[in-house]
Every structure is written in structure tokens, then in C-alpha cells.
Design a protein around this ligand. Structure first.
Ligand code: GTB
Length: 216
């Protein structure tokens, strides 16, 4: 059986590659693995068939033979462990690359999501005006330290790895806020990720879903 992932039938990001199937598509492109995509509606995501794959009723999921996974960090790590190209061979370098995957989802992403939620879901609440600067400051705190560590390097630890893939996708979510551009080396880092041929192929594939939907 071919690898099959799930993605939004209609992505609310309008094809900007912000939905998390993009991480999985990108990882599969980096390692040269073909994959099929099953598109799911918001309703289908909450129905038993999908909940059996993803207990929280979300996308993406990953299926390959008798293995079914959810949670992008885990899926990308699995892909990186199965195929060459996303993790270094040296054991210590590999452990450090995996550490950056965790940094992306556990340290950098939570305040970024908090900011997105504060704007999208709580924008009309009376307390949002006071709260936003606090949330933005938390985002900046993480970025300041990340920017110092990256310095003038191309990638976080030697060659491009699954850690960079996860981090670039996490940081992209900040683009509309303007905060990413306050950190020139991080903005350049994200641009380097987006210039990778595998990223370009993955981005085109997720965008094609939108184009096909609007044509049909
Ligand atoms: N921790 C999980 C993972 O990393 O796999 C989180 C998965 C997740 O958040 N999935 C979202 C989902 O299925 C889609 S990616 N949401 C539907 C639901 O919960 O009912 C998150 C996302 C959604 C929309 C945008 N956007 O419009 O810009 C960006 C990112």
C-alpha cells in the first residue's frame, strides 16, 4: 500500500501551506517518497472512521501498510527514521536534530498558536486589546533566543534536518503578524526552507487541492 495522508478538503488558509499536512508532504518530498492524499471535510474529521485514525478528529494522519499515525512531530520523525535525507547518520547529531523538532513544537510553537488564537478566536473579546501585547512578547522571547542560536548559520545544527523542517513550518505561521520580519536571520532562514525544491513541490501539491476545488 502506498503511503496515504489526510488533508483538509477545503483548507481555511486558502492554499498558503499553513495547514499541517504541509509538514508531512514536505518531509515525504525531501526523502523522495510518493504518497496519496485523502481529503476530508470538517464533518468527516469528527466521524468514527476518521476518529479511529486521529483521536482528536484532526488532520493530518499517515497510513502505511498496517501503521497509522497522527501528530505531525511523530509522523515527520517516523518518515525521517525510515528514509535517508532528514536526519544525520552520526548518533549525537541525530539526537540534536530530533531535539530541534521538539523545540519547534514544544517551545516555539505554543506562543505562536496562542497569538493566532487570540486574534482569530478571541479578537472580539473586550480583554484582547490588553492581552495581545503580552502574548506577542512571549512569541518574541522565544524568537530572540532562537535568532541568537541560529546566528549566521543556514540551518540550526549543520545540514538541513527534520528539525529545520518543523521549525520553518512553525515560524511561517507568524508571517502575517510581521513579527518574523523583526528577526532578519529567522526570516531568511524561513525563506531558505521555502526555496528548497522539496518544499516547492509540497507547496504546489497542497495548493492544487484548492485550485481543483475552485474549478469543480
Ligand atoms: N498537534 C497536531 C499536529 O501537529 O498534528 C495538531 C493538528 C492540527 O492542529 N490540525 C488542524 C485541524 O485538523 C489543521 S492544521 N483542525 C481541525 C479541527 O481541529 O477541527 C492547523 C491549522 C489550521 C488552519 C490554518 N490556517 O487557516 O491558517 C493553519 C493551521
Amino acid at each position: 500500500m502506498a503511503i496515504t495522508i489526510t488533508a483538509f478538503q477545503t483548507s481555511p488558509d486558502g492554499g498558503r501551506g499553513l495547514a499541517r499536512d504541509m509538514r508531512v508532504r514536505w518531509a515525504l518530498e525531501e526523502v523522495g517518497q510518493p504518497y496519496a492524499v485523502r481529503l476530508v471535510s470538517f464533518r468527516a474529521m469528527k466521524e468514527p472512521a476518521h476518529l479511529a485514525l486521529h483521536p482528536f478528529g484532526q488532520i493530518p494522519t499517515y497510513e502505511d501498510d498496517d501503521l497509522a499515525l497522527f501528530e505531525t512531530g511523530s509522523i515527520v520523525l517516523h518518515i525521517a527514521e525510515q528514509h535517508a535525507g532528514l536526519l544525520p547518520g552520526d548518533a549525537n547529531a541525530r539526537a540534536r536534530a530530533i531535539t530541534w523538532m521538539f523545540v519547534a513544537v514544544s517551545t516555539i510553537e505554543p506562543p505562536i498558536l496562542e497569538l493566532a488564537n487570540a486574534k482569530l478566536l478571541e479578537g472580539d473579546k473586550p480583554w484582547t486589546r490588553e492581552r495581545l501585547p503580552v502574548v506577542e512578547a512571549r512569541v518574541r522571547d522565544g524568537l530572540k533566543q532562537l535568532a541568537v542560536r541560529l546566528g549566521s548559520a543556514d540551518w540550526l545544527d549543520g545540514a538541513f534536518s527534520a528539525g529545520d523542517l518543523m521549525m520553518v513550518h512553525v515560524l511561517q505561521r507568524l508571517k502575517p503578524s510581521g513579527i518574523l520580519d523583526e528577526f532578519q536571520n529567522l526570516a531568511a532562514y524561513v525563506a531558505r526552507g521555502e526555496a528548497r525544491p522539496a518544499y516547492i513541490r509540497a507547496f504546489a501539491a497542497q495548493r492544487a487541492v484548492l485550485t481543483a476545488a475552485s474549478a469543480g
